[in-house]
Design a protein around this ligand. Sequence first.
Ligand SMILES: [Zn+2]
Length: 482
Amino acid sequence: MKRISPVILLALALSVAAARAGGQDLPDLGDVSQATLTPLMERRMGETIMREVRSDRAYYEEPEATDYVNQLGNRLAARSADARQEFDFFLMQDPQINAFALPGGFIGVNTGLLFAAQSESEVAGVIAHEISHVTQRHIARMIAQEKQGTVTTLASIAAAILLSRVSSDAAQAAFMFGQASAVQGQLNFTRDNEREADRVGLQLLDKAGFDPRGMASFFERLQRATGVYETAAPSYLRTHPLTFERIADIQNRLQELPYRQIPDSVEFQLVRAKLRSDLEPPREAAAYFEASLAERKFLSEGASHYGLAASALRMNDIGRARKELAAAAKLLPPNPVLETLSCRVARAAGSAEGTAACYREAIKVYPRYRALVYDYADALLQNRQPADALKVVENALETQSSDHRLYLLQARAYAALNKPLAQHRAQAEAYARLGNLSAAVEQLQIGLKSGDGDFYQLSSAEARLKELRRLDAEARRQAKQK
Ligand SMILES: [Zn+2]
């Protein structure tokens, strides 16, 4: 007997209700949300939820893939009418095909989506749809209706999202929690919201130079997959009801758009190969790339060689990694993903000088590529050159002052230089960037008690402590008020 998850039933009930209320034409949803929930409040909510998300095991903080989804997402978001909205794209290590939008422009993309898509335009289609839920303020409106924007509710939103992501069994577990499932119900978008996000998303796809047909082809494939798996419906469908009507709507709109064939970017192919070689056991990943090359069944020959090189490095086969990397470099234009792997191979080969030379050259060409900056600083720290590592990190901080990982590297460098005040201050800045203000305050207190630092450093740290205490108190007050 087939069981249908209560969450799916809930989603269905909601979309039926919405369809009855909705009527045939796209309603003007108006701007009712603005009055009750400001974009700043929404962003703060998103940050609170992100603290939970970041501590989830599936949160996947891999700089190359994360930089890629941010590049792709921001290229789309730049074409939206509301260019002031800030966006942050992040990855979840999850085989289910899904992407989801949180309050405040935080958009999660499952690794499963990147693997299941057959072109970059398909991935862009799903992300453009999520961006549109944010810019059309669908989420703000849902939360405004909730009326209990307390921190407990926020925590349960996060719990519901994380649980529903994992599997339908877990979603049922969430249902048992009662409150969490009620919030999950709130997070299911209505049919009108879905149509509006499709319509606006298609415009973004087109304006950003992707193939708008990518949206339709991907949704059709999702729907066919559902026919086969029934109750194991991909989690995407639970939060974004997908109907024949909706797909027909997209196809009608496509008729107004010119046909165009858009080749996938090199980064898209490389990042997919990177994810496979990172997430699968290296032997299996290598076998996959070997077979794809032998049968010439690949979307990009260069990316298959790159994937093979990355898998060989994981197995510590330096010779093979070098050979495959050279083959990839012959087929692909110069790019930071290849450079990063090539420096990693140099590092694994054991020559400190060769490693430093590789990173130095690569960073000249790609000064803002995070994977290179992190790796280079880490290599220097391991080679007991903390002063050099500090230079690399501080140079990057000039343009990326919100990156908590840079502060963690800075703290390691100061620790190695035996400067406890600066070390704990850097640690405090990392916590502050992660939204954990109490931990940031605590770190500064430890630093100030260490007996380290000159007059200038001490008074600067004291001023920062005062500011962080004020922000922490403010955040606590806001949490209580609601
Ligand atoms: Zn949707």
